[in-house]
Each structure stands twice: as C-alpha cells, then as structure tokens.
Design a protein around this ligand. Structure first.
Ligand code: GDP
Ligand code: MG
Length: 673
C-alpha cells in the first residue's frame, strides 16, 4: 500500500500550490480562504509509492467548521504516515498555533516554511535551526512560487516515513493545567493509542463534543472528567478552551522570540498596505470595484473581444456554413438534412462560439484579479455592504466564483456552516451573471447599445443589487430570520500573478463553454431547427406553422408585459434553461441572424430589431440575469439543498424575482420613452 502524506495548514498558506508542484496536478489555486473544501489526492510525481492528500485550510483542530471537521477526521481516522504542515512564514505566530496541535496528534510532522520568498523580500530573519529544535521536527524553507526547497521537502518526507521518525515536541502548558490534563490522561488510559493520547486528552479537556461522542466513555469517567474541568475553570476563572488557547499562544510566543527577527519596523506600511488604503477605502472601495468591472467588460465585449467576433463569424457563416452546403448538395444529401446541419447545428453552435473570445478575455481578467489578491478585498468590501442588509460576506465568495459558473459556486457554499445563510446563498448566487450569460448581453449590446460599455457591465451591479434586495426580502421571512454569520478573512498581500496560472485558469473555465457548444448546444440547435421546421403532423412547414411557433405562442402572452411577447423570444427563454448560451443559439436559428452578430452590424439590427426595442432588450437582459439558471445549476441546487421542497422554492423565487424586475423596468421605462 502506498504511504500517505497529508498537507495541512492555514487557509491561503500555499497547500494547493505545493500539492500541484508535488503531484504535477492542476488543482484550483485561489487567493482566498475556503477554496479547497474537499480533500484531494494525487501521487508524488516521481515516486508512486507515496500518495499526497491536500486538505482544507484551517486555523485550529477544533470541531466548529466544515473544513476543520474534514481535516481532523482525515488526520485522526485516516492516520497518514506524515503531515506536511504548510506554514505561511510571513505569519508565524498564527500558523504555529495549528502546528502545535498537529504535533499533538502523534503523527510525524514536517514543517514546510512556505512563502519564504516573501520573508526574504521583507528582510525578516528566521532561525530555522532553532525553530526546528523547539518544535522537535524538521523545518524546510519552501516557496511554491520560486520552487525553492521543494525537492528537499520530498526527500525529507521519504526519509521520515522510511525511518519512522519526526514525532515533534509537545507544547507544555502552565502547571495547574498540566496537572488537570494528567488526571484526565490517567482516566482514559488504554482507550486510545499512546501516540494520540495527548490530543484526545486536550480535546476532552476542551469539552470537544465530537471527541466525547466518539470515545464512548462510561458515565462515571465522563462525570469525573467534568469535575476536573469545572474545578480548574473556577480556580483560573476562564473556560477550559480559553485556558488552552491562552497557554498555547504563550508557548508559541516564547518559541518565536528565540528564532524570529522582523526586518521592518512595526508600523511601517508595506506596499500592499498602501494599495489597500485606496482600494478598500470606506468611500472609494465600491465605486472603484464598479469602475474596474466596467473596464473589464469594456475590454472583453467592446474593444478587444469585438475584433475576434467578426473573424469567427466569417468562419462559421461564410466559410464552414457556405462550403458545407455546397459540398452536401454536390453529394446529393437531401435538402432537409442540409438545412438541419447548416441552418440548425452550424448556425446554433457558431452563434455561441462567436462569443468565446470575449468570454476568454473576461475569464482572464477575473482570474487575474483573483490571483493578485484583489477579489479577496472585494469580498471584504462586500461584507461591509452586505452586513447592513443581513447578509454575510461569506456569501460573497461563492458569488465571486459564480462570475465564472454557478455550479462550482453553489458547491462552494459548503464552507458556510450556518444552514440559513447557506440556503440563502444558494438561492442568490445565480443572480451574479455567469460566463454563459455574457453572450446574451454581448448580443443585445451589439444590436441596441453599441459603444456604451455601461449597459453590459451594469448587469453586474444589477445582479448585486438584486442579491441585496432579495436579502432584505428573505430576511423578513421566517426561515431566514437571524444575525448573519461572522466573516473573518485575512487579506493576503498583493502579488503579481504567475501568468501560467492565470492562463490555465482562464482556459479551464473557458473550455467548459467550448465543450458545451459541441455537445448540449449542438443537440439543442438540432432539436430547435427540427421543431421550427415541422408541424404537429410531422410535415415540413413554414416556420410560423411549426410546432415551435405554436408552443411559443402559447407562452408568449406571459412575457408580453415584460416587453418581449413574441413567440420567438418566449421560446428562447425556455431553451435558455438548458444553458444560457442556448438563448443566443435559438436567436441565431429562429430569428435568422444568419447575416451577422458583430456589433453595429446592420443586418443584425434588421433581423433582431423586429423583436426588441432598446428598452425591451434591456428588460430581457434583466430577466436573463435573474431568471432560473440552467439545468446544471438547478441540479447543483438540488444536491446541495438536499431537499426537493427547497429546490422548488429556489426556482419559484428566482423566476418570480426575474419576472418582477423585468416587469418594473419595462413598465416604468415605458412611461418615459
Ligand atoms: P491554500 O489555500 O493553502 O491551498 O493556498 P493556495 O495554494 O491556494 O495559495 C494561496 C495563494 O498564495 C496563491 O495566490 C498562491 O499563488 C500564493 N502562494 C502560494 N505559495 C507561495 C509562495 O511560496 N510564495 C508566494 N509569494 N506566494 C505563494
Ligand atoms: Mg487550497
């Protein structure tokens, strides 16, 4: 059996980066806490005898958050052969707090003193020898960025496992506490392995519910333990947990004093601090965020992106579509099949792929902003705003992930422990425009609002405002009443992202859309084309007599008050449930946008202009932002809610909200126009 190496450490200390380097895999590295919720496994790159496990980041081995429970359970039950404790060397004190607890589990610990490049840059000095002596386990300086120390880390890991060494020195607390711990230890002797005795003893002393449950101690022993704890709590006038925390920090402080020298005078501002003075400023932060998002959308949709659109369009419409039709005719393929392929599939897929460059550019900037540390600030800024309306900043992290795709965003709500907050976040996360909605915006902007970048980027603000208004409304209902959960987040220092990482993330996100175009969108396009070419008696007919038209006419009146009551658009809102890009594919086929989708294109305006006015186009965009997301997101909602009732409530709420918002915009807008 392979030996197992667990990577544990504080959030954002670089565990996943090191994991990727050690295993050669491509896990998601994010510059904010809570990205790795589940543990991930991979073999050591050059030695398949070792399996490496990347664990969620934690500050302590307490049983309060999901991350803590996942990590703890793995360490105690999975019994890895070695823990590599990834320590953020720029923040020794807080990181060693966890290190001392990891040592207590009795599992060999190897400390990776990561981010050492930043320590050198700050001109701080850490005496590795002394640190290693006081912890009793090997310490290796590493940097996942410069790759320094990583080979050494692997070599030492192998050595420790082969020689079964590396049991660290256990943190000692003040006399009375040690005495109490000794008494508890005697009571549970033989119930746990000798190596893990210290850990279980301390957990019992802290009244850790999960540990109390799992040890199945007799009533008598439990009563005795409680007596010991109560006695010392009265004596020292603090909760047992508080006592341990205090003593642990004191122990660490003494240890650090011996081996750490700060290079910069305290109080001096780092560059990150200086940037943050502006970017997280009370008054400027929010406007700056919107300006930045405006810029991103402007570049993605209007300037650079638009340049590519024309070429891709030419490729699909004229080159592929045209030549394919000629070729198919020459080999005597029947006309309806040619229609299905060229007017259906090629048009549908083509009209979606047209927007891939714009999506890629959007993803590039989002990945960049995330990796350099800005998005963590945005979550922090949003916490200030959200809190006033009863939402927690914790809800905003899934929403940031949702700028790419709602599915991983909904999954990431697992980091929210509070059930109430979590449900609400699942319901509202899809309000933040995902990548798939971008083609819809780009199409509408191209036709009705060329040269005004604010229209597309306003969808972000609209999404956030929608979240806030919904928060206010939902908080008034019974299932959601209560204080939002606290949100503590450390802001990582800014750094210039590694381009390789950013490009890879852009590609990872973007390729999903290309895959979708080749599968679900192609299939949907074929079905839409068939439905719009045949009648209920399966005869080829003119479009207005088709099955699609009759279904569309049936539901169209529902959308008439929103300004888009034609059957063609009604159909698009339904097909959009498959995937939001299908809306664009549907328009491509049904509205016959054959001629062009590029911005300001006359043919585009001619064909789509019959179905929308600028006002109803905007109302349609608003509807798209809030409307029930795609089937994949509904599936994720069902999985995470684990309740059909809540899933239906979510769907109804989203539809109701979308309908109302679009209705208000269109009706009020009509008064002025
Ligand atoms: P995790 O939360 O512990 O898994 O941390 P990640 O691996 O996701 O890394 C968090 C952030 O720190 C990312 O932006 C990384 O690029 C960055 N990072 C990781 N290791 C280092 C390092 O050694 N030096 C520097 N300067 N940055 C690092
Ligand atoms: Mg991670």
């Amino acid at each position: 059996m392979a030996h197992s190496i667990a990577l544990a450490g504080n959030p954002n200390s670089g565990k996943t980066s090191i994991f990727n380097e050690l295993t050669g895999s491509l896990q998601y590295v994010g510059n904010w806490p809570g990205v790795t919720v589940e543990k991930k496994e991979g073999y050591l790159k050059n030695d398949k005898r070792f399996v490496v496990v990347d664990l969620p980041g934690i500050y302590s081995l307490s049983p309060y958050t999901l991350e803590e429970v996942v990590t703890r359970d793995y360490l105690i039950d999975g019994k890895p052969d070695l823990i590599i404790d990834v320590v953020d060397a720029t923040n020794l004190e807080r990181n060693l707090y966890l290190t001392t607890q990891l040592i207590e589990t009795g599992i060999p610990v190897l400390v990776a003193l990561n981010m050492i490049d930043l320590v050198h840059k700050n001109k701080d000095k850490i005496d590795i020898k002394k640190l290693s002596d006081s912890l009793g386990c090997p310490v290796i300086e590493t940097s996942a960025v410069t790759k320094a120390g990583l080979d050494d880390l692997v070599r030492t890991s192998q050595q420790i496992i082969e020689r079964a060494t590396g049991h660290g020195i256990i943190a000692r607390f003040s006399e009375p506490i040690e005495a109490a711990l000794k008494e508890i230890e005697n009571l549970i002797e033989g119930q746990v392995t000798p190596e893990s005795e210290r850990w279980f003893t301390i957990k019992l002393f802290e009244r850790d519910v999960k540990v109390l449950e799992r040890l199945h101690l007799s009533e008598e022993i439990l009563a005795n333990i409680e007596k010991i704890i109560v006695k010392i709590e009265e004596e020292l006038d603090d909760s047992s947990e508080g006592l341990i925390t205090n003593d642990r920090y004191e122990y660490i402080e003494t240890m650090i004093m011996g081996c750490y020298k700060k290079g910069r005078q305290t109080g001096e501002l780092t560059i990150s601090d200086k940037i943050d003075r502006i970017l997280t400023n009370r008054w400027l932060a929010l406007p700056l965020f919107f300006v930045i998002m405006w810029g991103v959308y402007y570049i993605a949709i209007q300037s650079v992106g638009d340049f590519f659109v024309g070429s891709i369009e030419w490729l699909f419409e004229d080159f592929i579509g045209g030549n394919l039709a000629t070729f198919l005719t020459s080999i005597k393929v029947s006309p309806w099949l040619i229609g299905l392929i060229t007017e259906g599939i090629v048009t549908g897929v083509g009209s979606v792929l047209t927007f891939v460059p714009q999506m890629m550019i959007l993803f590039f900037f989002l990945s960049f902003m995330e990796d350099c540390g800005y998005m963590a600030r945005v979550a922090f800024i949003m916490d200030r705003v959200f809190r006033r309306f009863g939402l927690s900043g914790k809800s905003f992290i899934p929403m940031l992930i949702g700028t790419g795709c709602s599915v991983p965003a909904i999954v990431s709500t697992r980091t929210i422990e509070n059930q109430r907050d979590r449900r609400m976040t699942i319901m509202l996360t899809p309000f933040i425009p995902c990548g798939a909605k971008l083609p819809v915006f780009a199409l509408m902007v191209g036709a009705f609002f060329p040269n005004s970048a604010w229209v597309a980027s306003s969808m972000y603000a609209v999404g956030i405002i929608g979240v806030i208004i919904s928060g206010i409304i939902l908080k008034k209902t019974k299932p959601f009443r209560g204080e939002p959960s606290p949100f503590v987040m450390e802001l990582p220092p800014y750094h210039f992202p590694r381009m390789r990482g950013v490009l890879r993330q852009m590609w990872d996100r973007g390729k999903e859309f290309i895959k979708k175009a080749g599968t679900i969108i192609a299939l949907a396009s074929a079905v839409i084309w068939i439905l719009q070419s045949t009648s209920w008696s399966f005869q080829f007919v003119e479009t207005q007599d088709s099955i699609l038209a009759s279904i569309g006419r049936f539901i169209a009146p529902l959308f008439a008050p929103l300004g888009f009551g034609t059957w063609q658009v009604a159909i698009a809102t339904i097909t959009g449930l498959l995937a939001k890009e299908t809306i664009v594919a549907t328009f491509g086929i049904v509205l016959g946008l054959g001629g062009g989708i590029a911005e300001g294109d006359v043919t585009l305006l001619n064909s789509i202009g019959a179905f929308f006015t600028p006002l109803s186009a905007y109302s349609f965009m608003i509807f798209t932002v809030f409307a029930v997301p795609c089937v994949a997101a509904i599936g994720a909602t069902r999985r995470e809610m684990q309740s059909a009732k809540w899933t239906w409530a979510t769907i109804l709420f989203q539809f109701g909200f979308a309908y109302t918002a679009a209705l208000l915009v269109f009706q009020i807008g009509s008064l002025f126009i």
